[in-house]
Design a protein around this ligand. Sequence first.
Ligand code: FE
Ligand code: FE
Ligand code: ZN
Length: 279
Amino acid sequence: MLHIGCHLSSSKGYAAMGAQALEIGADTFAFFTRNPRGGAAKAIDPSDAKKLTELADAHSFGKLVAHAPYTMNLCAASEDIRTFGREAMADDLKRMEFTPGNYYNFHPGCHVKQGADAGITLIAQQLDQVVAPEQSTTVLLETMAGKGTEIGRTFEELRQIIDRTELGSRLGVCLDTCHVWDAGYDIAGDLDGVLEKFDKIIGLDRLKAIHLNDSLNPCGAHKDRHARIGEGCIGAEALVRVINHKSLRGLPVILETPNDLDGYAREIEFLRHSYSEEA
Ligand code: FE
Ligand code: FE
Ligand code: ZN
């Protein structure tokens, strides 16, 4: 079963996102829990959230993959910025309980001049304060391209965040194909090898979602510029191998390609066409 969707705007509410997903052939989607550039979040209407949950159940949706704001930096050198991010995440996780059992994905952060090791410890410390044993949401660390001082450019760094977090058992990973490619993992030439590495270092049981994007830049470029499927350096064939890989079946696949809704509908149709149940 291929669960695929794209980023949708939450400006018209939850049920509206579900309806829009169906219109474009999606059976999962991503959305920002608040303005991606930061700021206060709109109050959630519980009945609207419930409508989405019912729609998702009725149409056998895959898990939804909410995305934290880009401005969140849990390993900022400034305590104020760390606190701001931590509080936003705590609030988001409360909001996620209106649509229980889904995923909340975030960018681990940028260590700036503190060094990766100090950054990893800070991220784990913030997570310790917000990840609660009773929450139904799994928090996902996104694999990053390694632009600037981004943490999460290697599988080892993500493993260390998980290891240093007390409730590491509540954490998972979202693999972004553009980001791992830009970070230097050759998913076009050696997908099996990359996934073996992932399994050895993090464990494939931790892999909960895929961001499916092509990349404008060559492998190892550390740039993070997304391209439409087949219009970048990874290529459509390699991305089709990703969705068909036996280790990745059933995971929600989210497109973050530069597209309008019609473009997303076309990519979803193409990928559903390219997916084979028996492969
Ligand atoms: Fe992201
Ligand atoms: Fe992503
Ligand atoms: Zn990106």
